[in-house]
Design a protein around this ligand. Structure first.
Ligand code: F6R
Length: 609
């Protein structure tokens, strides 16, 4: 959600800024801009509406050799996407890029209007003017002016600020929006996401909330807003360039779907014991006694992460009847007055580790004394750092806005957490062993499915791309899978897709069935297979345009299309079915000629409320 970059050193700042912004484009892509300063403080500010390519074209006509600058790629919150609202914003001699939301901007704007002529509709320009107000044309050090201004702000921010009066220094600060400082040789880089730094340096300092850093080519000085010095911890960025490149695929989304056999293998590495048929999750930091005492598990997430949590909850409640599971959507849960029972733990699920709603729930649950356990992908992210313990899913960078490989690994990691509780509570190994076996087989089964069904699904997508509406159906574990399939389809293909439990059809959704809709029905051969077949019959009888995805060789109803899954899994088939949904959404979107990796109106990593 918005990307920030900055450079101070000896090299060409424009080069780093544009390459960094391209890496961060998945975080926001409605407009972008950079400002660079020459040795005398003369600025070149370039902005462009739309994709980074537009900004790149402008830069190529305005090449500068400046070696300090800041840049931004925007996901609009206040004010439409336009050059006028694009960052950097200017007030007097300072320029600012901002990620986050200034909640009290209206009050501040009214007061500042006497001093500053506002030219954009953004909350970020208000912060720029406020800093400028304290800067007094350089009478006051820039860092102090930033601190004074931030003390008056309510909301979230990751910011970078430069001044024409000191073209050797960038001031950055964070509260609720990530900022990473990369330490190079004679150069310092900044970014809102470490992926922009890869290939430039492996040494990084992750700023914490409430910290401000004054950065030059050779120094980084960090303080809190109360002027307490902070001794920074330099961490190592482990990701390499290949992980953030398309690697021969047309789109990141297809790469990430096809990567799942290996990404899931990474999630499982060292955590499954096939001899003993047990799982070993070290990260949650819970003793046998603590695991045994758990009575209630709250699973918190948004969007796909929530769907993964809901799916896992259907499994975990099968493992032991000694606990209750409560999957919740973070954006709702944070404002509910939910009662948290004694002996609760919370699983905090987030690919990016930065989602504002999820983070708010984490902080709230922690303050109530609930033990929090992260199911996170992004190493060093805010959620990963704030939870009491956690299991990284290790799927590598997920760049396409639509989440795919993270879903599979989040679901499996949570199922493993459920098995860990069951083991501690003394559930018989003979009960646990089939789940462990299925989990171990999953990467290979995913590989077989992706290889065998890719072409079939591509053909199917051509047939259904003309529809504007879709209904996804599934029962039991296949219901969260249907929810996830519908989310994937709607967010990238813009087909209005909704999911229902198959058993709910007759309570309302059946009224929708007509030629404007197609129905995507997940039909695992499980204990509810015969009942789910009735659902298929009900849709068939009303002239539905049905695709059935099933692992049953008996299925023979005359639906329009059947995708047969051949699998050795006994218990985790719905997870495999989700791969069919992922491929289907991908191929419909490419068939419609839409932007697969950066769907309209969305951005990866939702760091605003
Ligand atoms: C959908 C999607 C979103 C995210 C949600 C949570 O494809 O990507 O629904 O799952 O915004 O994001 P994280 O997992 O980063 O907290």
């Amino acid at each position: 959600m918005c990307g920030i970059v900055g450079y101070v050193g000896e090299k060409n700042a424009q080069d780093f800024l544009i390459s960094g912004l391209k890496r961060l484009e998945y975080r926001g892509y409605d407009s972008s801009g950079i400002v660079t300063l020459d040795k005398n403080g003369k600025t070149t500010c370039l902005k462009s509406k739309g994709k980074i390519a537009g900004l790149e074209a402008k830069i190529s006509k305005n090449k500068r050799s400046d070696s300090i600058g800041i840049g931004h790629t925007r996901w609009a919150t206040h004010g439409e996407p336009s050059e006028r609202n694009a960052h950097p914003h200017r007030s007097g001699k300072i320029y600012l890029v901002h990620n986050g939301i200034i909640e009290n901007y209206k009050v501040l704007k009214t007061k500042l209007e006497k001093f500053h002529k506002f030219t954009s509709d953004t909350d970020s320009e208000v912060l720029t003017a406020l800093i400028d107000h304290f800067y007094l044309d350089g009478e006051y050090p820039l860092t102090n002016a930033v601190v004074q201004a931030l003390k008056l702000i309510h909301g979230t921010y990751g910011i970078a600020v430069v001044s024409e009066l000191n073209p050797n220094e960038i001031v950055v600060a964070r509260s609720g929006s990530p900022l990473v400082i990369g330490i190079g040789h004679g150069e310092t880089l900044i970014a809102s996401d470490a992926s922009a730094l890869i290939g430039h340096t492996r040494k990084a300092i992750y700023l914490n909330d409430g910290e401000v850093a004054t950065i030059t080519a050779k120094s980084v000085e960090i303080k809190t807003l109360d002027s307490q010095p902070v001794s920074a911890k330099v961490e190592t960025i482990k990701t390499d360039l290949t992980a953030i490149q398309k690697g021969g695929y047309d789109h990141f989304l297809l790469k990430e779907i096809m990567e799942q056999p290996t990404s899931l293998t990474e999630t499982l590495r060292g955590r499954i014991d096939l001899n003993e048929k047990t799982v070993h999750l070290g990260g949650p930091n819970l003793s046998e006694k603590e695991l045994k005492a758990i009575k209630h598990v709250i699973i918190v997430g948004c969007g796909t992460a929530y769907n993964a949590g809901l799916l896992a909850s259907y499994y975990i409640e099968q493992f032991t009847n000694d606990i209750t599971i409560e999957p919740v959507m973070a954006s709702e849960y944070r404002y509910r007055h939910a009662h948290v029972p004694d002996h609760s733990v919370a699983l905090i699920v987030s690919q990016s580790g930065e989602t504002a709603d999820t983070l708010a729930c984490l902080r709230d649950l922690k303050s109530q004394g609930v033990k929090t356990i992260g199911i996170v992908n992004a190493i060093g992210s805010t959620i990963a750092r704030e939870v009491d313990g956690g299991t990284y899913i290790h799927v590598g960078p997920e760049i396409s806005v639509a989440s795919t490989k993270a879903f599979t690994s989040q679901a499996v990691a949570m199922i493993m957490f459920g098995l860990t509780i069951a083991e501690a509570k003394g559930i018989k190994n003979s009960f646990i062993a089939p789940y462990v076996d299925d989990i171990a087989k999953l990467p290979n089964e995913i590989d077989n499915l992706l290889q065998s069904l890719q072409e079939t699904i591509k053909t199917l997508a051509e047939q259904y791309k003309k529809y504007d509406h879709a209904i996804y159906l599934g029962r039991d574990v296949a219901y969260p899978t249907a929810l996830e399939g519908a989310l994937k389809l709607k967010e990238i293909s813009y087909i209005d897709a909704n999911a229902y439990p198959t058993g709910e059809l007759k309570h309302g959704p059946l009224a929708l069935i007509d030629d404007r809709f197609f129905e995507f029905i997940l039909l695992p051969e499980d204990g509810l297979y015969d009942k789910s077949i009735s659902g298929v019959q009900e849709v068939l009888a009303r002239g539905g345009h049905i695709i059935v995805v099933t692992d049953s060789t008996d299925f023979s109803l005359p639906v329009e299309n059947t995708v047969f899954i051949t699998t050795k899994l006994k218990l985790l088939t719905p997870i495999l079915m989700n791969l069919v949904s992922q491929l289907f959404a991908y191929y419909i979107t490419t068939a419609k000629g839409l932007n697969v990796d950066q769907p309209r109106n969305l951005a990866k990593s939702v760091t605003v409320e």
